[in-house]
Design a protein around this ligand. Structure first.
Ligand SMILES: Nc1ncnc2c1ncn2[C@@H]1O[C@H](COP(=O)(O)OP(=O)(O)OP(=O)(O)O)[C@@H](O)[C@H]1O
Ligand SMILES: [Mg+2]
Length: 401
């Protein structure tokens, strides 16, 4: 009886949403304002495939939430529709490398999409690769969108395989669109991989506050009932997202959460207050989802930082006592101690510095140079958000408790 009455009251309950799904970050709207130029560029790069030529590979770079995935999927859809309507032998496939993060997994995913009925589980990657080649040899021009390509562990090998395929193909071709939000990624690539992936490059700039307002208005119109969200709440969400990062995902998530809060409170209209309440939820969600995609060595470095931030006494600096400010060297020591304890391999100091730079790019830590005085010149590092929460999440991620 209790369950039934909950279901019934949830079902009957008034909601500010017309269709909640349309304000989920995974939904790609038909219209993508302020991305016309990028849609045009990507379309131009892959269009030669429709005339039987191999498109150049393309590397797309831009910060989080700048529409890279949305634009690529939008263009892919239009491309596949055009090719199939005009009976052209060209196809575009999408792979999310966050889940398919090795050569084997990427090839497997591609083969599964190409040969819908067959399963390739258990076959070696050379076999799967040959099957893909075989398919392309039927004069097919294939484009692979490798989203979050920086997550592929053996990327040099993957790119080498996909590029060399073209030497063996005289009629069909294989091209790659690689997407990443990691600035440091490109410079870390092996020279050959870099020159092949980056034949063409395209940058997605962050959105400004006015652009985010327009984007949110359009999304709100689809997802919310008429008049169920105030103009001022939309502007506030846009302003928050623009200030943080120019990130449309944060903006969209803010509206979703604000709507959910309004529903829980049985309000008819989403106002500023609900957007404010949504802000900390969204920030937390974004930080946590970022952490979960880090490689485990980097998680361990971050864990060392969180642990030291909590355990260490405040240090004296020019502006007085500071809690949670750490020296780069002591973090590396703590990290090696933890790695030994948990029987993980230990990365070199050079890699450690790369990890630190990357954590800063992601906005998870803040670093400054100490200037002369404290232990000579050294890097000072501080966690950007609540150390207790970060430590707890990482404990769960790393050690499963
Ligand atoms: N121009 C736009 N108009 C409407 N919605 C947009 C636009 N750009 C992005 N969005 C929305 O913002 C969210 C994030 O966009 P998207 O996933 O394309 O970003 P991304 O650049 O791939 O980010 P990441 O680097 O984190 O993967 C999605 O919900 C998407 O629908
Ligand atoms: Mg994306």
């Amino acid at each position: 009886m209790i369950a039934e009455s909950i279901f019934k009251s949830e079902f009957d309950k008034n909601s500010v949403f017309l269709d909640r799904n349309l304000i989920m970050p995974s939904y790609i709207p038909d219209e993508l304002p302020f991305r016309e130029k990028q849609i045009e560029e990507v379309s131009r790069v892959i269009a030669p495939a429709l005339k039987g030529q191999r498109p150049e590979n393309l590397f797309i770079y831009g910060k989080v939430g700048t529409g890279k995935t949305s634009v690529s999927k939008h263009v892919m859809k239009k491309f596949n529709e055009f090719a199939s309507n005009n009976k052209i032998n060209a196809e575009c496939y999408y792979v999310n490398c966050r889940t398919h993060n090795t050569v084997y997994k990427v090839l497997n995913k591609i083969a599964k999409d190409i040969y819908a009925e067959e399963s390739f589980i258990g076959f070696p990657s050379t076999f799967i690769y040959e099957k893909i080649l075989e398919y392309s040899k039927q004069q097919k021009h294939i484009i692979f969108i490798l989203d979050e390509i920086d997550k592929v562990r053996d990327l040099d090998e993957l790119m080498y395989n996909l590029t060399r395929a073209n030497d063996e193909l005289d009629k069909g071709s294989i091209s790659v669109i690689g997407i990443s939000n990691n600035v440091l990624f490109k410079d870390r690539l092996d020279a050959r991989t870099k020159s092949s992936l980056c034949e063409k490059e395209l940058v997605f700039p962050p959105y400004n506050a006015e652009e985010l307002i327009e984007i949110l208005k359009k999304r709100a119109k689809l997802a919310f009932k008429e008049g169920a969200i105030s103009t001022s709440a939309i502007s506030l969400a846009a302003a928050y997202a623009a200030k943080e990062s120019g990130d449309a995902r944060t903006a969209v998530l803010l509206l979703l959460k604000a709507g959910e809060i309004a529903d829980r409170l049985s309000l008819n209209i989403v106002e500023d207050e609900q957007v404010k309440a949504a802000k900390s939820l969204v920030e937390e969600e974004i930080v946590l989802s970022l952490i979960s995609t880090l490689p485990s060595q980097q998680k361990l470095v971050l864990y060392a930082i969180a642990k030291l931030s909590l355990d260490k006494k405040p240090i004296k600096s020019l502006i007085g006592l500071e809690q949670g400010v750490l020296f780069s060297g002591e973090i590396y020591e703590e990290y090696t101690r933890l790695a030994k304890k948990f029987k993980e391999s230990i990365v070199s100091a050079r890699w450690y510095r790369e990890y630190i730079s990357e954590l800063e790019v992601y906005g998870l830590i803040i670093t400054t140079n100490s200037g002369k005085g404290i232990k000579g010149q050294t890097r000072l590092i501080k966690l950007a958000s609540d150390p207790t929460k970060i430590r707890d999440v990482l404990e769960k991620e790393l050690f499963g408790n």
